[in-house]
Write a protein that binds this ligand. Structure first.
Ligand code: NDP
Length: 240
């Protein structure tokens, strides 16, 4: 079945989501791209693609974009629930408003995205959900307290969804990248936290390119539907 079915990507306007949209498009898939910065997605000029301005906190907006794309290209067979922000900070000094935003986008945003496509995949007994967690969804790091909380949440939900959806032949793959070179640092508002993060990144020799994550995902997706890579863990070699 792989090769031409519609794929949906949240957070497709930069970083890993953009790389995944490009790689799946090159492989011949129509792509539904969702994020807030519409112009960034439109500038990619991917063939057979639809870009929609969607905030993943808005459940109805995701559902509407999926419905529109499915009317044009057929059912979504792959969702990348990727949109997320990293408001890293010293937990003792972090303003609670930053937790609210991060929790809403990184946890409820993922659920909202899954909700828009899950029942269709169950009916068709076919589909793949890629859930964006992080290496920080497997272990904790300094300044990552609430971020880790959101990513452990994604891990837990993914494990449970995998159990539930396996009876419907729907695959659930959790992504656990380490440091990837993207715009994710723009979410770090505290200068000291930013300086610490950058120093650590330098120490491990920098991050790796988002295209490597995208290539792994395409390979995972193209495996037969009865073969499931449950988790992709990819980090810079020197990252602890
Ligand atoms: P980027 O900042 O480059 O990309 C984040 C994407 O999420 C953007 O397209 C952004 O689009 C989108 N986004 C953020 N908030 C919303 C929202 N409310 N509604 C819709 N889209 C939203 O960073 P990455 O590519 O690195 O981040 C992608 C995911 O990867 C995140 O979940 C992040 O936590 C995770 N991750 C990143 C790692 C890294 O080192 N880079 C490591 C491990 C995990 P827009 O602003 O246009 O809405």
């Amino acid at each position: 079945m792989a090769g031409k079915q519609l794929v949906a990507v949240t957070g497709a306007s930069s970083g890993i989501g953009e790389a995944v949209a490009k790689v799946f498009s090159r492989a011949g898939h129509p792509v539904l791209m969702m994020a807030r910065r519409l112009e960034r997605m439109e500038a990619l000029k991917l063939p057979d693609s639809m870009a929609r301005q969607v905030d993943v906190r808005d459940r109805a907006a995701i559902a509407a974009a999926v419905k529109e794309a499915e009317a044009e290209y057929g059912p979504v067979d792959m969702l990348f629930a990727n949109a997320g922000i990293a408001r890293l900070a010293d937990i003792g000094r972090q303003p609670p408003e930053e937790w609210d935003e991060m929790i809403d986008i990184n946890t409820k945003g993922v659920l909202n995205s899954v909700h828009a496509v899950m029942s269709g995949m169950m009916e068709r007994r076919h589909g793949t959900l890629f859930m964006m967690s992080s290496i920080a969804g497997r272990k904790v790091y300094p300044d990552h307290t609430v971020y880790c909380g959101t990513k452990f949440f994604v891990h837990a939900v993914s494990e449970s969804l995998r159990d539930y959806l396996s009876d419907y032949d729907v695959r659930v793959v959790v992504l656990s990248p380490g440091v990837i070179e993207t715009e994710v640092l723009s979410g770090v508002l505290d200068p000291q936290t930013l300086a610490n993060y950058k120093a650590n990144k330098l120490k491990i020799g920098g991050g790796i390119g988002p295209e490597h994550v995208a290539d792994l995902m395409l390979h995972t997706y193209q495996m037969p539907q009865n073969a499931l890579v449950q988790e992709i863990v990819i980090t810079p070699t020197r990252q602890k």
